[in-house]
Design a protein. Sequence first.
Length: 154
Amino acid sequence: MDRVENAGYRYVFEPRAQVQWDLRPTLWSTFKRFVVYSRNNIRAGLFRQWQSTILVRYGVLVILALAALAIEPRWIWFVIALWLLMLSARAAVSIRRNRVCYPASFLQNLARGAMVMSLLAVLDAAAIIGSLQWLLLDCFRWSRKAPVEAGNGA
């Protein structure tokens, strides 16, 4: 879509447009799919559109967890509560954003919230693993190959 936009084609945003997107049948297959998406997203130069926010959020949580463990290990529950609060807030935003397309009662939305929270946790883990795969398999490989390739072309 970025290439279409950059090529100068006309496009419009349609706020009433609806897109249906089906998840994989299991959390494990969804996780695996999003690990691939994450790695390829970085390869395409789109790190700032997805992974950067996730990595910053989890980086802060890791720093807080390490501080809690160093100062008072019982404070780790505070960090876990912050993580659950973050997932809850993101799930609530998602449910609110889709309330017109998928109307539901308060109790149905609570159940959806639990499902969305678990899905977000899986997708976040996949984004982190995919980012690490890119770092270990692509980034370092490119940095090692660059001088060799430059030397062969001389």
